[in-house]
Design a protein around this ligand. Sequence first.
Ligand code: TYD
Length: 213
Amino acid sequence: MDGLFISFEGIDGAGKSTHIDGLAQAFRAQGRVVTLSREPGGTPLAEKLRVMVLNDEMDAMTEALLVFAARRDHLQRLIEPALARGEVVLCDRFTDATFAYQGGGRGFDLKTLSILEQWVQTVRGAGPDLIRQPDLTVWFDLPAEIAAQRLAGARTPDKFEAQPVEFFRRVSQGYLERMMAFPGRFARIKADNTRDAVWQDVLNTVQGRGWLA
Ligand code: TYD
């Protein structure tokens, strides 16, 4: 069976987690082997980089370089081997988050991010090189104001969660621009809805692609 790579995106508070777990169960129920992972993170080295990115103050370029360094390790050690074994890889965030957060939110140069993306995600195999991208990106689109209400009073915020609502408006705009650049890969889910309704949308999206019965 061919490997399948699905990423999940959205601003902090958009509510991705339960749906990622739900999809993992749905795939497993149909006999697929599922690898659940997240970015930044997913390998011991990338998890160390995650702690720095989420907690230490740094400029936007340093942040971008660290998330791409983490991604390189993650791709080489976990994602590519899992896809080669024909597994389903469900990843909480991937490169679209870098375009949205470091690009949109922090204002870092998008052309430089594209160059890093090409370097880091190039897969060399028997055939021609390919730039690894998710087969599907599920974008949980939630207005920044509602996300801010959801996050208020929740656990202690990390560096990003502590940002003002304008930051998350720019992050959302960053996701929108990525969706417009890659319309075939993106599914935009209206996350300002009941959990059941959001789950139905997620399921319909994956079933619509023929990956779940
Ligand atoms: P998140 O995925 O929301 O995890 P948790 O649910 O544990 O808080 O946290 C990851 C944070 O890292 C999130 O605020 C977005 C940020 N991030 C970037 O800024 N750039 C990136 O490339 C990635 C993958 C994440």
